[in-house]
Design a protein around this ligand. Structure first.
Ligand code: FAD
Ligand code: DHB
Length: 400
C-alpha cells in the first residue's frame, strides 16, 4: 500500500490534517489505534479560537459548527466573591471564540472523511514508523490479525501524548521540557442548562472551579482535585455540593443540578518536545506538546500546527520546494511556547498550590504573589486586554 502522507492518529489533529490535504489533492491514509466510537466518547476541549474555526471552514466542515456553535464575546474571572468580565470582542477589536465541543468537531471530521472516501484504519495495533530519516519512510501495523505496510513520502505524527511517533525520534535528537502540576481537573458533563451565558474561571480558597457548556441544555463543569482522587470517590451529589461552594454566591444560587452523563479526571501538565520535525516525520498537536487546560489552548495549538503543516505540504507538492520543511518546527514552536506560557500563567494565578514549596517559595508567599498578579491584571483595562488577546488566540504565522 502506498500514499503521499501517512497520518498516525485520528484525533482532531490527524482528521483535520487529512481533510485539508485531501482538499488540495494530496493523498493520505490514517492509522488509528482506537475505534471511532471510543474517540467520540472522550469529552475534552470546548473553546475554539477564530484561527481554528476558519481552518475547519477551509476544510469544508464548518457548516454544523456555524449553525450549532455559540459565539462568545466575553469570558469571566471570579475571585474573592468578585466577578470580572474580560470583554474579548471589545478589548481585541472584534475577536471572539466559538463554544463547540471537540467531540462534535471530531464527529464532523469523521463524517467528512467517510463521505470523501478517504482511508482510515481504526483499531490498528503494533503501529511502527520506519526509515523516517530517508526519502522512503514507511509504517507497519496490524489490523484484524493482518499485517500491513504503508509506504509514503511523509509521516504526520498526530498520535497524542502517549503515541509512538515522538518515541521514534532518538532521545539524542530531541529535548523535552516538562512541568507536572500537583492536582488534576475533575470534569462533569450533564444535561442541565448552563449556569451562566459566559464561561467563568473561579479561584477560591477551596481550589479552582470552572463553568462551561456545550449547548443551551448541556453543561460542562470542572473542579480542581488532588491527584490522589479517583472518579469513583466523587458521587454526583458530592460534585454539585463542592461546585456550589466554589462558585460566586449569585452564580451558585442559579445552579441547576442533574445526573452526570460523563465524569473524568485529567492530570495537568506542561510539556514541549523540540524540535517538532525529524527527517520526514512531523509531530503535530499533543504528540509534541501538552498544556494545562486553564485557558483552553490544547486543541487550538493542535490546529495551528495542522495549519502550518498543511502550508508546508502544499508548497512541497505544488511548487516542488522541499526547503520549506525546515521551517515547520520553528514556526510551530513560537506559537506553542506562547500558549504554554499563557496556560501556565492562568493555571498559576487561579489554582491552589497547597502546602508545599512552589519554585522555592513557601505556598503562602506564592499565593500572595499570584493574588496580586490576578488583581493587577484584572483591575486595569491594559491588563484585561493582555488576557483577552491571548484567550482569543495569537495570529497564525505564514511560511517565509
Ligand atoms: P488526541 O486527541 O490525543 O488524538 C491522538 C489520537 O492518536 C488518538 O485518537 C489516539 O487513540 C491515537 N493514538 C495514540 N497512540 C497511537 C498509536 N500508537 N498508533 C495509532 N494511533 C494512536 N484541551 C482544551 O483546550 N480544553 C480542555 O478542556 C481539554 N481537556 C482535556 C482533557 C483530557 C483528558 C485530555 C487528555 C486532553 C484535554 N485537552 C483539552 C486537550 C485537547 O483535548 C487536546 O489538545 C487535543 O485532543 C489534541 O488533539 P490531537 O489530535 O493532537 O491528540
Ligand atoms: C472547557 C475546557 C477548558 O479547559 C477551558 O479552559 C474552557 C472550556 C470546556 O470543556 O468547555
Amino acid at each position: 500500500m502506498k500514499t503521499q502522507v501517512a497520518i498516525i492518529g485520528a484525533g482532531p489533529s490527524g482528521l483535520l490534517l487529512g481533510q485539508l490535504l485531501a482538499k488540495q489533492g494530496i493523498d493520505n491514509v490514517i492509522i488509528e489505534r482506537a475505534s471511532g466510537e471510543y474517540i467520540l466518547g472522550r469529552i475534552r476541549a470546548g473553546v475554539l479560537e477564530q484561527g481554528m474555526t476558519d481552518l475547519l471552514r477551509e476544510a469544508g466542515v464548518g457548516e454544523r459548527m456555524d449553525r450549532e456553535g455559540q459565539i462568545h464575546t466575553g469570558v469571566e474571572l471570579a475571585f474573592n466573591n468578585k466577578r470580572v468580565q474580560i470583554e474579548l470582542e471589545k478589548l481585541t477589536g472584534g475577536s471572539t471564540v466559538m463554544v463547540y465541543g471537540q467531540t462534535e468537531v471530531t464527529r464532523d471530521l469523521m463524517e467528512a472523511r467517510q463521505k470523501a472516501g478517504l482511508t482510515t484504519y481504526y483499531e490498528s495495533s503494533n503501529v511502527a514508523l520506519h526509515d523516517v530519516k530517508t526519502d522512503t519512510p514507511y509504517v507497519t501495523f496490524e489490523q484484524n490479525g493482518e499485517q500491513h505496510r504503508l509506504d509514503c513520502d511523509y509521516i504526520a505524527g498526530c498520535d497524542g501524548f502517549h503515541g509512538v511517533s515522538r518515541q521514534t525520534i532518538p532521545e539524542s535528537s530531541r529535548k523535552e521540557f516538562e512541568r507536572v502540576y500537583p492536582f488534576g481537573w475533575l470534569g462533569v458533563l450533564s444535561d442541565t442548562p448552563p449556569v451562566n451565558h459566559e464561561l467563568i474561571y473561579c479561584k477560591t480558597d477551596r481550589g479552582f472551579a470552572m463553568t462551561s457548556m456545550r449547548s443551551a441544555t448541556r453543561s460542562r463543569y470542572y473542579l480542581q482535585v488532588p491527584l490522589t482522587d479517583k472518579v469513583e470517590d466523587w458521587s454526583d451529589e458530592d460534585f454539585w455540593t463542592e461546585l456550589k461552594r466554589r462558585l460566586p454566591d449569585d452564580v451558585a444560587a442559579k445552579l441547576v443540578t442533574g445526573p452526570s452523563i460523563e465524569k473524568s479526571i485529567a492530570p495537568l501538565r506542561s510539556f514541549v518536545c523540540e524540535p517538532m520535525q525529524y527527517g520526514n516525520l512531523f509531530l503535530v498537536g499533543d504528540a509534541a506538546h501538552i498544556v494545562p487546560p486553564t485557558g483552553a489552548k490544547g486543541l487550538n495549538l493542535a490546529a495551528s500546527d495542522v495549519a502550518t503543516l498543511n502550508k508546508v505540504m502544499k508548497r512541497v507538492y505544488k511548487d516542488g520546494d522541499k526547503d520549506c520543511i525546515s521551517q515547520y518546527s520553528d514556526i510551530c514552536l513560537r506559537r506553542v511556547w506562547h500558549g504554554e506560557r499563557f496556560s501556565w500563567w492562568m493555571t498559576s494565578m487561579l489554582h491552589d498550590f497547597g502546602q508545599g514549596d512552589v519554585h522555592d517559595t513557601d505556598a503562602a508567599t506564592y499565593e500572595k504573589f499570584m493574588s496580586s498578579e490576578l488583581n493587577f491584571y484584572t483591575d486595569t483595562e491594559a491588563g484585561r486586554r493582555i488576557i483577552a488577546m491571548q484567550y482569543v488566540g495569537l495570529p497564525y504565522e505564514d511560511l517565509s
